[in-house]
Design a protein around this ligand. Structure first.
Ligand code: SF4
Ligand code: SF4
Length: 496
């Protein structure tokens, strides 16, 4: 356990009184020069960094009308102030969304508005000096880009976009974050965030096939680089070995097997996560997106399906076509991209899977809506599909299911505390404190309904919860993959 106090779980929700500057010390490690340069940024702080930053800011507000509108339209109504999990968990007022935005907005005003140029003191305009840069580095790495604040803002101002822009500017002047930039570099050269080469991946998948056969007596394949397969599965690399992720991967394999679908994983595009989004870098997002396109073409697949990963689904759903399209070589009869939950839901709707819900009778389940699925994308062809479909898949796999309180689910869901490129041990205090609202809502579901465990559809959420649950007196295994539940309930064999 680390050197800080875990917040006490309170009746949910309680808004804390402010404590100025209590999280100013929280900063992730800075990326070393070689990591920066590998992904196209200066190795260290450039000499004329203030001018370079201001120029980059101008470029960003010129190319993104949304960003300029977000910066120009805040009326300081205060509706967002108590909506961020990092404020609720830390009490630091700079973690109020409007205050976080103002770190950026004050510099924007100074350089890109008439009032800010001539009367800076009257409009809260400020220079980007060293003190401000320190605040940027600290507090823009205390935003998981979850978009919860934007749901409550009457103008829809999205702090996530401002946070991404701030991180892109910092990378541009040579002050990048080690965790994100190291991972981006690895995924671009090896194909996945873990740096897992093809032989190791093959070995892992063969081991999983043996495990499934031993447990069920059925041969279920997890094919790698299989030319001519119909489906390319792109999944977070954590699915290949980490608990509880890997149990989800076994679930996808069983679904494909039982439905008689031919599929493959690619060793070249063996990563669904795309951390380029967290640093606001479309260039870096594009490199990984192109790998998926190249793998799909090379393997000759007809469909692309994404595994359980929140931000990967956001990138895929919102950007894949623009970054690496057109995907007109795929079968137009299927959505592009398609989520594994959509695949399973569709099969369940058509009675193509036999499920024994009693296999999960030892559990009382709840679902954690992952931010990037809940608020930044959707599923299915109907409104709210991203809320309905995962719940339907869970409820087809178990007899005991309860939602957490309404102000902590669906559009109002709370971040796990480790999203947005913050899932690193140098930010563990922030991660523990930022998960407080989710832990409080979970505790209420535990008290009210005896819920345990909780299932998310995001690799980051799964890793984050496994790490922080013990800080709140809960067990690491109180977190499961949605397709782990499917895996336990699905009946293998018989007619497809
Ligand atoms: S996007 Fe999420 S983490 Fe960032 S300020 Fe808004 S609520 Fe907080
Ligand atoms: S809710 Fe929107 S308009 Fe109101 S203070 Fe927050 S960002 Fe500004």
């Amino acid at each position: 356990m680390a050197d800080f106090d875990t917040p006490a779980l309170k009746p949910y929700p309680v808004i804390p009184p402010i404590e100025i500057g209590v999280m100013a010390h929280s900063k992730p490690y800075v990326a070393k020069p070689e990591l920066q340069q590998k992904i196209g940024f200066p190795g260290e702080l450039v000499d004329n960094w203030q001018q370079v930053a201001i120029d980059k800011m101008g470029e960003l507000v010129d190319t993104s009308r949304a960003l300029r509108v977000f910066l120009d339209s805040c009326v300081k109504c205060g509706a967002c102030t108590d909506k961020c999990h990092y404020y609720l968990g830390t009490s630091d007022p700079k973690n109020m969304p409007v205050a976080r935005q103002d770190l950026f907005r004050s510099v924007y005003r100074r350089h890109y508005t008439l009032a800010g140029k001539y009367f800076p003191g009257l409009v809260g305009a400020r220079e980007l000096d060293q003190e401000m840069l320190d605040d940027w580095y600290s507090y823009f790495h205390q935003c998981s880009q979850c978009r919860r604040c934007s749901v409550y803002c009457p103008y829809g101002i999205d702090t996530a976009e401002i946070s991404m822009a701030a991180r892109e500017i910092m990378d541009t002047i040579g002050v990048g974050q080690k965790y994100c930039n190291e991972i981006i570099g690895k995924a671009q050269t090896i194909g996945n965030n873990l740096g897992l080469p093809q032989p190791a991946l093959l070995n892992t998948l063969e081991g999983l096939e043996e495990d499934i056969e031993e447990e069920t007596g059925v041969t279920v394949r997890l094919p790698l680089d299989q030319h001519g397969a119909d489906i390319l599965l792109v999944t977070p690399s954590a699915d290949f070995f980490a608990e509880p992720h890997v149990d989800g991967l076994i679930g996808y394999a069983k679904v494909f097997h039982q439905a008689g679908l031919s599929w493959t994983i690619s060793s070249y595009a063996s990563e669904a996560a795309n951390f380029g989004m967290f640093i606001g870098s479309y260039d870096n997002m594009q490199v990984l997106a192109q790998r998926i396109r190249e793998a799909a073409l090379e393997l000759g697949v007809k469909r692309i399906v994404f595994g359980e990963c929140g931000h990967a689904w956001r990138v895929a759903y919102n950007f894949l076509n623009t970054l690496a399209g057109p995907f007109d070589f795929l079968d137009p009869a299927y959505p592009m991209p398609q989520h594994i939950c959509e695949v399973t839901y569709d099969l369940l709707q058509r009675n193509a899977l036999r499920m024994d819900k009693s296999a999960n009778d030892d559990k009382v389940l709840t679902f954690h809506d992952s931010c990037n699925v809940a608020r930044a994308s959707r599923m299915g062809d109907f409104e709210g599909g991203q809320f309905v479909i995962p719940r339907a898949v869970i409820q087809a796999s178990c007899n005991h299911y309860y939602d957490m309180p309404a102000n902590a689910t669906k559009e109002a869901t709370f971040c796990c505390g480790g999203g947005g490129g913050l899932l690193t041990d140098d930010l563990v205090e922030l991660r523990v404190k930022g998960s407080l609202p989710r832990m409080e809502a979970l505790k209420q579901a535990v008290d009210d309904h005896g819920v345990t465990p909780m299932a998310p559809i995001c690799a980051i959420c799964k890793s984050q919860f496994s790490k922080i649950l013990p800080y709140y007196g809960m067990e690491m295994d109180q977190i499961v993959s949605v397709h782990q539940l499917v895996s336990d309930a699905i009946q293998l064999g018989g007619e497809h």
